[in-house]
Ligand binder design. Structure first.
Ligand SMILES: Nc1ncnc2c1ncn2[C@@H]1O[C@H](COP(=O)(O)OP(=O)(O)OP(=O)(O)O)[C@@H](O)[C@H]1O
Ligand SMILES: [Mg+2]
Length: 359
């Protein structure tokens, strides 16, 4: 999958950007505040319906504009799609695919699998379990067609159960929710476990390459005692859940933990090593998608050179080339791109939100 044209209007300081990305490497250089991260954020927004930086989408809209719009053309296996997304200050979102309204963000996300490697992304390793669940669920979203609907239904049921918890003094009325909830929770956990297992060889291979000095272990935790059926646990925990006011254990608490030499990675790894581990995980997930689904995801690398020594920069360049994916890489200047195959890709410069192709 690759974007063959990208048009960005009213997105942060990118008032009117229109360009034809290279199907391979795209290098974007520019001074601080020129709009490099914003350009990656725009691509990310198109594939996620949200930003990786701001929780409030309205703040992304250019100060003087009523909305932002993103348009892209993408190709995959001889098919072409026209994609569009608009977000207004009032919070309305319109998604268009091949000129048709009424599409959802999930439809865009399905078409645009992408991986981001950015300073914010370190929360995958040093943030809460939600970031690692999102990592696993990204994989499930692209591998297991029923996952998204099942997980959405499960989350709705959990909300309803939590509301019911606060109103009942007995367990009996809750059983109606739990009978429906339990098989879904079990299913989501099984899928997550299977995916985590299937991904493990890719992660191990990738970590050996990027962090050969460390022994990395990965483990999936489903969010409740693995020897207990979920229905049984919900019944057992009724009093505790009621006192706390919500359902404490379950797939909403799952985690995918990483250790280095037996210790939590965020305790022992240097910042550079954390960044390398993030690269290893994201590349592993992309490679796994290609191996199993013959799909290529798009890679977004913000401020790629920071914290990486030259050897690690060239290793990353090599792995990205090997992935045969479309890649967008930002850097302050061309000097930082010495380890990258700049001649094989396209080079762009951003100046105060204006993009120009460099020879
Ligand atoms: N809603 C908005 N409207 C207009 N401009 C905005 C908006 N939000 C942010 N900006 C500005 O957009 C610019 C782009 O910032 P961005 O983070 O993309 O820069 P950058 O090139 O990645 O810089 P750095 O090298 O420091 O990381 C900044 O000058 C910022 O102040
Ligand atoms: Mg930036």
């Amino acid at each position: 999958m690759a974007l063959s044209r990208l048009i960005i209007n009213g997105f942060r300081n990118l008032q009117a950007v229109d360009f034809e990305p290279n199907p391979g490497f795209n290098f974007i250089v520019g001074n601080n505040g020129s709009g490099k991260t914003s350009l990656l954020e725009a691509v990310y927004y198109l594939g996620h319906g949200r930003s990786f930086k701001s929780a409030v989408s309205q703040r992304i809209i250019h100060y003087e504009q009523p909305h932002f719009t993103l348009h892209a053309r993408m190709n995959e296996q001889q098919h072409e799609w026209a994609l569009g997304l608009q977000k207004t200050r009032q919070g309305d979102t319109t998604v268009k695919i091949n000129g048709e309204d009424g599409n959802k963000i999930a439809d865009l996300a399905q078409l645009l699998p992408m991986q981001i490697i950015s300073p914010e992304g370190l929360s995958l390793l040093n943030g809460g379990p939600a970031f690692r669940r999102a990592f696993l669920d990204w994989g499930l979203f692209h591998h297991q067609t029923e996952f998204y609907a099942c997980w959405a239904r499960l989350r709705r049921l959990l909300k309803q159960r939590n509301a019911a918890l606060q109103q009942s003094s007995q367990y009996a009325p809750l059983k109606i929710w739990d009978d429906e909830l339990s098989p879904l929770a079990q299913q989501v956990s099984d899928w997550r476990r299977q995916y985590a297992e299937a991904l493990r060889p890719n992660i191990e291979k990738s970590c050996r390459l990027f962090l050969p000095e460390l022994e990395i272990q990965v483990s999936f935790h489903q969010g409740w005692d693995k020897d207990l059926a979920y229905a049984e646990l919900l019944a057992q925990n009724f009093e505790r859940d009621k006192n706390i006011g919500y359902t404490v254990s379950g797939p909403q608490k799952a985690d995918f933990r990483f250790k280095a030499n037996g210790l939590p990675v965020d305790d022992v790894l240097s910042r550079g090593q954390l960044k390398l581990m993030m690269c290893a995980l994201r590349l592993a997930q992309g490679e796994h998608l290609t191996e199993t689904k013959q799909r290529h995801c798009l890679f977004l690398l913000d401020d790629f050179a920071s914290e990486l020594d030259q050897h690690k920069q060239s290793l990353l360049a090599e792995r990205l080339q090997h992935s045969a994916s479309q890649v967008f890489i930002t850097a302050i200047s061309q000097d930082q791109l010495k380890q990258m195959p700049v001649a094989k890709g396209s080079l762009f410069e951003l100046q105060q939100g204006e993009l120009a192709r460099l020879p």
